[in-house]
Design a protein around this ligand. Structure first.
Ligand SMILES: [Zn+2]
Length: 383
C-alpha cells in the first residue's frame, strides 16, 4: 500500500531543497511538504519565525481529536556538506543501487519523508483511527533546537500521548540518548615580547595545566545500561597572536556527553571548582567559563507500554529482537521530553553512522520499511 515511486520522488525533492544550518532555510522544505500533503487532504500549518525559517504541523485527523494524539517529529534542517568531495552531488537525491544519496538523506529527510508518507498512506486507506496523528516539523535541530523550543509551547503537544522521532536508528528502537553540554573556557594573560617572557603572563602555558587536569576529570555517574559512560572531549583550542609574542589569551571548548540522571549544573559546578583550585595554585590564573549548549539526556520510564508496542511492531514486521537501544547523539527530545514527559522513541530508516558524513545516503528498502512501520504503529497506538 506504500506508493514507492511517489515516496522516492518525495524524498528526492526534499533533498534537493537546501536547508543547511546555519542559516537553516527550513521554509522551503516546509512548503514542499505542505504541497505534498495537499492533495491527499491532510491539514497543514506552516509557522514561519524569521526569514526563510519555519516550523510546521501536519495533521491526520482521527475519529476523536480530544484523545491524546500520537506525535511524529522530525527536523527540517541539515548540517553543512563539509569540505570533502562527494561522489554524488549533495543536493542531487541521486538513486544508485538501491540507495538515495544527498545531505539529509539519512539525517533526517529520509525519516521526515517516511513519517509524512505514512500519514498519507493512512489517509488514502480511508480507515479512520481513533486518535489524531500529528507531525511536528522543527527548524534548527542541528544547531540549537530553536524550532523545538518554540513548538514545545504548542497546546497540541501539551495533550499528546507519545512521540516518535525519525532520527536515524537503522530500523532499531532507540529509547534513550545522551545529553550534551558544550563549555567554553577562556584564560587571560598579558602580552610581552617573547624575548622577555618574564614580562608577560602566558595564557597557553596556563591552559596546558588546565588540560592536564581535565584529562583526569571524573564524573559522578554510574555506567548506563544502554548508553555506557559519559565522556569529556577537549575539542578545540585557540590562542596566541605571533611567534614572538607571549600569548595573552587561550580558549578551549569542551564537548561533554552525559547519561540520564546526571545533573548538568553539577558538572558546571565541578568545572568551576577546578578553575578555582587552579586560581589558588597558579599566580595570575584568570579563567572565564561559558555554557554554549546544554541539552539533557533522554530516558523513558521502565516497562513503558508505548515502548513495548514499538518493539513489538518491529518484531512482527521485521523480525527484529525486541531490544531497546540507545543513541550517542542528541535530538529534539532534549527539549520536548523534560517538559512534556511523553513516552518518546527514536526510530528512523537512516544508519546513524552515516549522519553528518560525506556521501550520506538512505537505503530505499529501509526507507519503505520505515513507512510501513509508522503506519502499523499509528494503527495500533491507543491512547
Ligand atoms: Zn538529526
Amino acid at each position: 500500500m506504500v506508493n514507492e515511486e511517489r515516496a522516492i520522488k518525495f524524498l528526492q525533492d526534499l533533498i534537493q531543497i537546501e536547508s543547511v544550518n546555519p542559516p537553516g532555510n527550513e521554509l522551503g522544505v516546509a512548503e514542499a511538504i505542505a504541497g505534498h500533503v495537499k492533495n491527499p487532504g491532510l491539514s497543514c500549518e506552516i509557522k514561519p519565525f524569521s526569514e526563510n525559517r519555519a516550523n510546521m504541523i501536519v495533521r491526520l485527523e482521527g475519529k476523536d481529536s480530544s484523545r491524546p494524539p500520537l506525535i511524529f517529529n522530525g527536523h527540517l534542517d541539515t548540517v553543512p556538506i563539509g569540505d570533502n568531495l562527494w561522489e554524488h552531488p549533495p543536493f542531487s537525491g541521486n538513486m544508485v543501487d538501491g540507495k538515495i544519496y544527498g545531505r539529509g538523506a539519512c539525517d533526517m529527510k529520509g525519516g521526515v519523508a517516511a513519517l509524512i508518507e505514512a500519514m498519507i498512506c493512512l489517509k488514502e486507506a480511508g480507515e479512520e483511527l481513533e486518535h489524531d496523528v500529528i507531525f511536528i516539523g522543527t527548524a534548527g535541530e542541528e544547531v540549537d533546537c530553536v524550532g523545538a523550543k518554540m513548538m514545545v509551547e504548542e497546546d497540541i503537544l501539551k495533550k499528546a500521548g507519545a512521540m516518535v522521532i525519525a532520527e536515524p536508528s537503522n530500523g532499531r528502537v532507540f529509547t534513550a540518548h545522551k545529553g550534551v553540554l558544550w563549555l567554553e573556557i577562556k584564560l587571560f594573560g598579558k602580552t610581552a615580547h617573547a624575548s622577555m617572557p618574564d614580562q608577560g603572563i602566558n595564557a597557553i602555558i596556563h591552559m596546558s595545566e588546565l588540560i592536564e587536569r581535565l584529562k583526569k576529570f571524573t564524573f559522578y555517574a554510574e555506567e548506563h545500561g544502554l548508553l555506557g559512560k559519559p565522556s569529556l572531549t577537549v575539542s578545540t583550542i585557540e590562542g596566541g597572536v605571533k611567534t614572538n609574542v607571549v600569548p595573552d589569551q587561550c580558549r578551549i571548548t569542551l564537548d561533554i556527553r552525559t547519561v540520564p540522571g546526571m545533573k548538568h549544573e553539577k558538572i558546571i559546578h565541578q568545572i568551576s571548582e577546578l578553575l578555582e583550585e587552579l586560581k589558588a595554585e597558579i599566580k595570575n590564573f584568570q579563567p572565564e567559563l561559558n555554557v554554549l549548549n546544554n541539552l539533557p539526556a533522554l530516558e523513558n520510564m521502565k516497562n513503558d507500554s508505548f515502548v513495548r508496542l514499538c518493539l513489538e511492531v518491529n518484531q512482527e514486521l521485521y523480525n527484529m529482537k525486541p531490544e531497546e537501544k540507545g543513541a550517542n547523539y542528541y535530538t529534539d527530545a532534549s527539549i520536548f521530553f523534560p517538559q512534556l514527559k511523553l513516552p518518546t522513541v527514536i526510530y528512523g530508516p537512516g544508519n546513524e553512522k552515516l549522519a553528518h558524513q560525506p556521501n550520506e545516503y538512505v537505503e530505499v528498502k529501509k526507507y519503505i520499511q520505515a513507512i510501513e512501520y509508522y503506519v502499523e504503529l499509528a494503527r495500533r497506538y491507543s491512547s
